[in-house]
Design a protein around this ligand. Structure first.
Ligand SMILES: Nc1ncnc2c1ncn2[C@@H]1O[C@H](COP(=O)(O)OP(=O)(O)OP(=O)(O)O)[C@@H](O)[C@H]1O
Ligand SMILES: [Mg+2]
Length: 481
C-alpha cells in the first residue's frame, strides 16, 4: 500500500526537494504552503502522515496540529522546528505529535523518521504509541541531569529519592524562578513506581480561570456551548501517574476549594457530569510565591496549604549553592559543544570569577541560556567574561540580596540596564519604584514584540510562566492598551 504524506511548509524550495525525495520512495506526496491550505487538503484527502513546519505565514504550527488532531486523532504528525524550538516541540508532543525534527533537516533523516513512524502505524496500537512517546520523554528528563555538588542540592536529591519511594504523598516544591522545580518534580516521578504512567503538568497561571476547572476535571458533552464531545481532564489522564500543578499560588480562591475537595476524597465529577470518578495519582505542586504571606492575606487557603505541604522541598537559589554554578556551567558547556558541534575547552579566569560572583537572578535557567548563547556564537578555545554576555539582571528578584552579595560587576550591569531603559523607553527611572519600572518594561517589550509572550519572555530573560504571573500581578493585558 502506498502511504500519502502531506508536507506543510511555506518555503517552496523545501517542498520541492522533499517532494522529489519522498515521491522517489514511493509515497504519494501532497503539499501546502499555509495552515489553511493544509487543513483544507487534510479534510478532503486521505492522509497518513503530515510533516508540519512550526512557522507558517497564517497560523502557528501548533494550531494546525491541534486542528488536524481534532479531525483525525491518530494521524501521525512530524513537526519541524527552528533552532531553540525545543519547548514548542515538547508542547507539540503533548498535543500528540509523533516526533519532531530540528532544522536544518537532512533528507536522509526525514526519510528515516517517516519510515519509522509509518512502521509504528503498521505494527503497534495507538495505546502503545502513547507509551513510546512517554518513554522518549523519560529519557529527556533523566534525573541524572540534576547537576550539583553543594550540600543543599545533595540533601534535596536524598529527599527526592525517599519521596519517590512513597507512592502517593503530596509534594510542594518551592524556589525562585529557574531553580529547577520542574526538573525535581520530573525526577520524583521517574524515580517512582509511577514512572511508566503519565507525568502531566498543568500551568495554573497560563490557563484562564474559567477553563481551569474543565482542564483539571474534564467535561461532559453539552456541559457548555462548545462542549461537543465529552473530554477527560488531567486528573483522569494522569491516572496511575503524577500530576504536576505548576504555579499553584496563582490558582483562584474558588478553584482552590474544589482542588482541596479532590485531594481529600480522591473523587471528583466532570463539569456537567454526575458520575463520581476516582483516580490514583500523586500531586506535586510548585510555586515561587510566598505562600505563608498569601495565606495571611487570604489569597491562599490555609487548609489547602497544609494539605499540599506534606513533603515540602525548597530549592535554594543558585547564588547560595557554593561551587554549583561552575559545575553546572561546565556541564552545559559540554552539552552545547556536542549539540552545536563546537570544541570550546572551558572558561578563562575572568569568566570563572564572573560565574561565581554574579547573583543569577534567573538561576539555572539563566546560566544555561548564557552558556548556550556563548557556545553557539563563539568559536574560541576558552570562553571569557565578555563572551558570557550577562547583561540584564531580572530586577524583580530579591534585589536586596543582590546588593549585599554582588560585587561591582552587577552594579555596572544595573547601570547598563538603567541606561537602556531610559534611552529606549523614555522612563525617568529615578522617579519610579522597582515595581513600576518592571511593569513599564514588560508593557513596552510586549508592545514592541506584538504581544508575543514567548519572544518577550526570552528577551527579558524570564520564562513564560513568570511573565504570565507578572502580567497578572500588574494587570497588564492587551485590551487595555
Ligand atoms: N540542578 C540542575 N542541573 C542542571 N540543570 C538544571 C538544574 N536545575 C534546573 N536546571 C535546568 O534549568 C532550567 C530551569 O529549570 P526548571 O524549569 O525546572 O525551573 P523552575 O524552578 O520550574 O522555573 P520557573 O519557576 O521559572 O518555572 C531547565 O532547563 C532545567 O533543565
Ligand atoms: Mg517551572
Amino acid at each position: 500500500m502506498s502511504y500519502s504524506i502531506l508536507l506543510v511548509d511555506d518555503h517552496k524550495n523545501t517542498i520541492r526537494i522533499w517532494s522529489d525525495i519522498l515521491s522517489e520512495e514511493g509515497y504519494l506526496v501532497l503539499s501546502a504552503e499555509t495552515g489553511k491550505q493544509a487543513l483544507d487538503i487534510f479534510q478532503e484527502e486521505k492522509i497518513d502522515l503530515v510533516v508540519l513546519d512550526m512557522m507558517l505565514p497564517d497560523m502557528k504550527g501548533l494550531e494546525v496540529l491541534e486542528k488536524i488532531k481534532e479531525i483525525k486523532n491518530d494521524i501521525i504528525v512530524i513537526m519541524v522546528t527552528g533552532f531553540g524550538g525545543v519547548e514548542t516541540a515538547v508542547k507539540a508532543m503533548r498535543l500528540g505529535a509523533h516526533n519532531y525534527r530540528t532544522k536544518p533537516v537532512e533528507p536522509e533523516d526525514l526519510k528515516e523518521s517517516i519510515k519509522k513512524a509509518l512502521e509504528t502505524l503498521e505494527s503497534i496500537s495507538s495505546k502503545e504509541q502513547v507509551e513510546f512517546i512517554r518513554n522518549r520523554q523519560k529519557k529527556d528528563f533523566d534525573p541524572k541531569n540534576i547537576i550539583g555538588k553543594s550540600p543543599a542540592i545533595k540533601d534535596i536529591l536524598e529527599i527526592v529519592q525517599k519521596v519517590a519511594t512513597s507512592e502517593s504523598s503530596t509534594v510542594l516544591i518551592r524556589g525562585e524562578t529557574g531553580t529547577g522545580k520542574e526538573l525535581i518534580a520530573r525526577g520524583i516521578h521517574y524515580l517512582s513506581s509511577r514512572k511508566d504512567y503519565p507525568f502531566i503538568d498543568v500551568n495554573c497561571t497560563a490557563i484562564p480561570e474559567n477553563l481551569l476547572e474543565s482542564e483539571l476535571f474534564g467535561y461532559e458533552k453539552g456541559a457548555f456551548t462548545d462542549a461537543k464531545q465529552s473530554r477527560k481532564g488531567v486528573f483522569e489522564l494522569a491516572d496511575g501517574g503524577t500530576l504536576f500543578l505548576d504555579e499553584i499560588g496563582d490558582m483562584s480562591y474558588a478553584m482552590q476549594a474544589k482542588l482541596l475537595r479532590v485531594l481529600q476524597d480522591k473523587i471528583f465529577k466532570k463539569v456537567g457530569g454526575s458520575k463520581r470518578i476516582s483516580v490514583n495519582i500523586r500531586i506535586i505542586a510548585s510555586t515561587n510565591m510566598d505562600l505563608e504571606r498569601a495565606v495571611k492575606e487570604n489569597k491562599f487557603r490555609e487548609d489547602l496549604y497544609y494539605r499540599l505541604k506534606v513533603i515540602p522541598i525548597t530549592l535554594p537559589p543558585l547564588r547560595k549553592r557554593e561551587d554549583d554554578a561552575i559545575i553546572i556551567a561546565n556541564h552545559y558547556l559540554k552539552q552545547f559543544n556536542k549539540e552545536f558541534k563546537k570544541n570550546i575547552k572551558g572558561f578563562n579566569d575572568d569568566a570563572l570569577k564572573l560565574i561565581k560572583s554574579y547573583s543569577w537572578p534567573g538561576n539555572i535557567r539563566e546560566l544555561k541560556n548564557i552558556i548556550e548563547r556563548g557556545v553557539l556564537l563563539e568559536s574560541v578555545d576558552k570562553l571569557t567574561d565578555k563572551h558570557l554576555m550577562i547583561q540584564l539582571d531580572d530586577i524583580s528578584d530579591k534585589p536586596e540580596e543582590m546588593i549585599d552579595e554582588n560585587i561591582m560587576s552587577v552594579q555596572d550591569k544595573n547601570q547598563v540596564r538603567s541606561d537602556i531603559l531610559s534611552s529606549q523607553f523614555n522612563l525617568h527611572l529615578d522617579s519610579l519604584t522597582l515595581e513600576e519600572a518592571e511593569k513599564a518594561l514588560i508593557k513596552k517589550v510586549l508592545e514592541l514584540n506584538n504581544w508575543n509572550r514567548n519572544t518577550v519572555a526570552s528577551s527579558i530573560g524570564i520564562n513564560r510562566t513568570t511573565l504570565y504571573s507578572k502580567m497578572k500581578r500588574y494587570n497588564i493585558n492587551k485590551n487595555q492598551m
